[in-house]
Design a protein around this ligand. Structure first.
Ligand code: SAH
Length: 426
């Protein structure tokens, strides 16, 4: 199996930069499951700050905010009030939560963290895309992106634009897709629920007070379905009225296609918009591009996607990264048409966004047009993912690699960049 952990090559950026506020050091996940679909990886330990010395992330269920409040004789609604302060009130500290008793605020401050990460880099593109490189308490780095999509770019039911955030679910990725920057060094660990939610808080803080996040896409670093235990509570909080109030249908989970985990989602919570990354419509090519396919196979992926669709009733999306000269021929498109058959699906075609050091190239304009023509002529719903923030390396995983390659100290600065290409825009 190829989805296992490759040795982390990233030099630990932690050094003296690690924040002292959290003593928790996460074990680097070793080894991998014997089957890529055996999903939950050993980094699970990363989500249990409770019981460890030092502050725990207030939004992480394992930090036990509710229990802690109860032990202090505080009413249960205080937890909601705190969440409301964090999400709607955009509070940066417990001291900002002015309607809480003062002693409680002080005790919260001593026990819990609101921000366990620090912004190692903040990059802007002219098209409004902003990307944060976050350094976690253990020195690992992840990326998250804010995408501003104007009304003319999206056909939103409300007629307005979208403020979409693209968040990461793991440090690195174990799926090994050969063209993707996130997985080049394998998976290092799962993100905790608190770390997933913190990305939302951080990105929301980039907005003026009157603007609200409208959509979430879990399309950043990592394989979300390999970290469902921690992702689900995070997305549930994001939906709550005292969270971000973002409805499930505005949340997209993008997966490489792990059938067992898709089935779990089908059984537990089929309301999310599911996007399945195909990239090829026959097994030999898919296995070359998406190595975990070897142990799974397209038929299983499609069958699990169908079961999800039956349970959710919501149109599925299939993602297809177009790699020049590799999977962009009209025959590849014709194969995709046959694979999709009568499914009411949307195909999200993503022209490859080059990753330094990798041999793949972007598809030519002519090849893209031919590929799309074949799909459209067959009546397939197609969307070409708009290019956003390319110059800021907005394809998740790229900024982190650049930073670790230069291995310089993190710059808490803002670098202007101009717009260009990349994903995502569900
Ligand atoms: N693990 C999930 C999320 C990955 S990121 C998944 O596989 O779906 C979301 C999408 O971006 C995936 O379809 C992924 O294959 C694609 N992607 C990764 N690197 C890319 C690149 N350099 N250019 C274009 N798309 C890329």
């Amino acid at each position: 199996m190829t989805g296992g952990t490759r040795p982390p090559a990233e030099p630990s950026a932690a050094g003296g930069m690690m924040r002292q506020m959290n003593n928790q050091i996460y074990p680097a996940a070793a080894g991998g499951a014997s089957h890529p679909d055996a999903v939950q990886m050993p980094g699970a330990a990363a989500s249990s700050p409770a019981g460890l010395p030092g502050p725990a992330h207030v939004l992480d269920p394992s930090a036990g905010l509710e229990e802690w409040l109860a032990a202090r004789g505080q009413p249960a609604w205080r937890a909601k009030a705190i969440r409301r302060w964090l999400f709607a009130g955009r509070a940066a500290t417990f001291a900002d939560m002015t309607d809480l008793p003062k002693e409680l605020r002080t005790a919260l401050e001593e026990r819990f963290l609101i921000f366990s990460t620090r912004i190692a880099r903040h990059v802007h593109a002219e098209d409004g895309t902003e990307k944060l490189l976050l350094e976690l308490a253990d020195g690992q780095r992840i990326e998250c992106v804010l995408l501003r999509e104007h009304a003319r770019e999206v056909s939103d039911a409300a007629g307005g634009g979208r403020l979409t955030v693209c968040i990461s679910s793991q440090v690195g990725c174990g799926m090994g897709c050969v063209f993707c920057a996130s997985g080049l060094d394998g998976v290092i660990r799962n993100l905790t629920t608190g770390e997933i939610l913190e990305q939302l808080l951080r990105l929301q803080k980039l907005l003026p007070a009157e603007e609200r996040l409208s959509h979430i896409v879990v399309m950043g670093m990592g394989e979300p379905l390999a970290n469902l235990d921690r992702l689900m509570p995070a997305l549930a909080t994001a939906q709550h009225a005292d969270g971000l109030g973002i409805s499930q249908r505005r949340i997209t989970i993008s997966t490489v296609g792990l059938p067992k985990a898709i089935d779990r989602l089908t059984a537990e919570n089929p309301g999310y918009h599911l996007a399945v990354s195909l990239h090829a419509a026959e097994d030999a090519l898919r296995t070359r591009l998406v190595p975990v396919n070897k142990a799974i196979g397209l038929a299983e992926v499609m069958a699990a996607a169908d079961r999800y669709w039956e349970a959710s009733g919501r149109r599925l999306t299939f993602e297809y990264v177009l790699l020049g000269g590799v999977n962009d021929a009209p025959e590849d498109a014709a194969r995709l048409v046959r694979l999709l058959g009568r499914r009411a699906a949307l195909v999200n075609v993503i022209p490859y966004n080059s990753v330094a050091g990798l041999p793949w190239r972007e598809p030519s304009k002519a090849a893209q047009a031919r590929f799309l023509d074949v799909l459209r002529a067959a009546g397939v719903n197609v969307q070409v993912r708009r290019r956003k923030g390319a110059r800021i390396d907005a394809a998740c995983g790229q900024l982190r690699r650049l930073e670790s390659a230069s291995a310089g100290p993190a710059v808490p600065a803002t670098s202007p960049a101009s717009p260009g290409g990349t994903r995502p825009a569900e």
